[in-house]
Design a protein around this ligand. Structure first.
Ligand code: FRU
Length: 499
């Protein structure tokens, strides 16, 4: 048999087997003999194959943006966690690299961060090469099954060759479990004012801060969040960073993912704005803010070590939701990342809010087109002149599938109940609504890829990220009558699906 036929046959068998295993009764999913490859995004990062969840260890070093990720290379559902790895010179083209970290005798390799230890505080550096240090959670599944609470603790590993090869520190774990079941996802940064490292850690439904001089021994600083924000689930993947506001005044942002308890059910990322004095985070107000009011942006954190001359705070999230992440109708691979975004602080009705803006590297790849058809490689639809009026935007294909976005003076809503394959999970069909806080909605920018919509209102004041699985790509759009200025651009960059 020719290898190509053999591969097709294998993927048919794999796809059928998965549907049987998951009890998928959606007939349209059953005809996807391509293993979901037609849903593989053109301009969003996906793993080469198998399962992916959270982005991990994002760090910039010597011209490369590193993206590690939670990965189970042996199946398309969550399992023993590894750190997959990719690099990019421009945040748009990604080169897949070999797996960076494997499960070991201390457990699975859960989420965490990476930093460049410029001053070699850890002593891992050699011959003047500063080490790239990964700080992550080891999760011991046997201890968990045995009913002990101590199964998550923090460890470190380092690389001296730009993240290609990693050595585990022989003194692991560097932060032992104090007897708390959920004790994970360390995000570390250098607090230059006091020349020390600070770790933000998710602990049950709150955050703990620790400090260290050498990344190897850690001391507790303070706790935040017992009575703040959303608490319907466990807190995960926190990230604390300084972000100047529009006037250049110093603000500190604390991102915290929560699962469940998001605005559309399931998982989502909340954030707090305040001040950090080197030991404590003090929030500015009691308002619960969401980074994204859609269903599919979770566990996102920001890049470390972006050069000062760039100065951006760059973010990427996992474009899925724990409610149905394991069931989405892609079989050869599961899950994509959001588009990379720059976070800024903007004032809305006098209150500071984080604004998410697609990185400009991506925008240069969208070229304005005349005509009214969406491109199958992905498009961007920009609408200006809304000025508070009620607007409906609909995307559809020849197969009668459609997704409808509505924005009024007070609400944003998205109906994906007829968007394509929807029956793989009961929660996927729910209509998503959010009472927004924008003063007046003036613009919408919608990025449409093969299985997602990312909607940026008022240049990122509000963001809504949603997965969709149309049987064929949406080819048409309609915008309700009004004096709107519409610009359609087609994605003309590299097709990541073809990597
Ligand atoms: C978030 C999360 C993290 C954990 C990882 C395990 O999605 O649950 O808290 O480290 O996924 O894969």
């Amino acid at each position: 048999m020719k290898p190509i036929y053999y591969l097709i046959l294998l993927s048919i068998l794999f796809a059928c087997n998965q549907e049987a295993e998951e009890g998928n009764t959606d007939s349209s999913a059953a005809v996807d003999v391509g293993g979901g490859e037609r849903f593989r995004p053109a301009f969003h990062f996906t793993p080469p194959s198998a399962w992916m969840n959270d982005p991990n260890g994002m760090v910039y070093y010597e011209g490369e943006y590193h993206l590690f990720y939670q990965h189970y290379p042996d199946d398309n559902v969550w399992g023993p966690m590894h750190w997959g790895h990719a690099v990019s010179v421009d945040l748009v083209n990604w080169e897949h690299l070999p797996i960076a970290l494997y499960p070991d005798s201390l457990g699975y390799v859960f989420s965490g961060s990476a930093v460049i230890d410029w001053d070699n505080t850890s002593g891992f550096g050699k011959d003047g090469i500063p080490p790239m240090v990964a700080i992550f959670t080891h999760h011991d599944p046997e201890m968990e099954t045995a009913g002990f609470d101590l199964f998550q603790y923090q460890s470190v590993a380092y690389s001296l060759d730009k993240g290609r090869n990693w050595a585990l520190y022989e003194g692991n774990p560097v932060l032992d479990n104090p007897g708390i079941r959920d004790f994970r996802d360390p995000k570390v940064f250098w607090y230059s004012q006091e020349s020390k490292w600070v770790m933000t850690l998710a602990v049950k439904d709150r955050v703990h801060f620790y400090t260290s001089a050498d990344l190897k021994s850690w001391e507790f600083l303070s706790e935040f969040g017992a009575d703040d924000g959303a608490h319907d689930g466990v807190w995960e993947c926190p990230d604390l960073f300084m972000l100047p506001d529009e006037d250049g005044d110093e603000k500190w942002v604390l991102l915290v993912s929560v699962n469940p308890g998001g605005p559309q059910g399931g998982s989502a990322t909340q954030y707090f704005i305040g001040q950090f004095d080197g030991s404590e985070f003090i929030k500015e107000d009691d308002y619960t803010r969401w980074l994204d009011v859609g269903a599919d942006n979770y566990a996102g954190v920001t890049w470390s070590d972006i050069p000062a001359e760039d100065g951006r705070r760059l973010f990427i999230g996992w474009m899925s939701n724990w409610q149905y992440a394991r069931d989405v109708p892609t079989y050869n691979w599961r899950s994509a990342m959001t588009i990379p975004q720059e976070l800024r602080i903007t004032y809305v009705k006098g209150s500071p809010e984080v604004r998410s803006v697609p990185v400009n590297e991506l925008d240069t790849l969208f070229v304005p087109k005349n005509g009214s058809k969406l491109a199958s490689s992905g498009s961007k639809l920009s609408i200006e002149g809304i000025n508070g009026s009620f607007i409906t935007v609909q995307f559809s294909n020849g197969g009668g599938e459609e997704v409808t976005l509505m924005v009024s003076e007070t609400h944003i809503s998205l109906d994906r109940s007829k968007s394509g394959i929807v029956n793989f999970h009961p929660d996927f069909k729910k209509i998503h609504r959010f009472k927004h806080y924008m003063e007046v909605v003036k613009t919408l920018d919608v990025y449409i890829d093969r299985s997602s919509l990312e909607i940026f209102a008022n240049g990122g004041e509000l963001l809504m990220t949603e997965l969709v699985f149309p049987s064929e790509p949406y080819s048409d759009y309609t915008v309700s009558t009004g004096d709107f200025k519409i610009t359609l651009s087609h994605y003309t960059g590299p097709d990541l699906a073809e990597l």
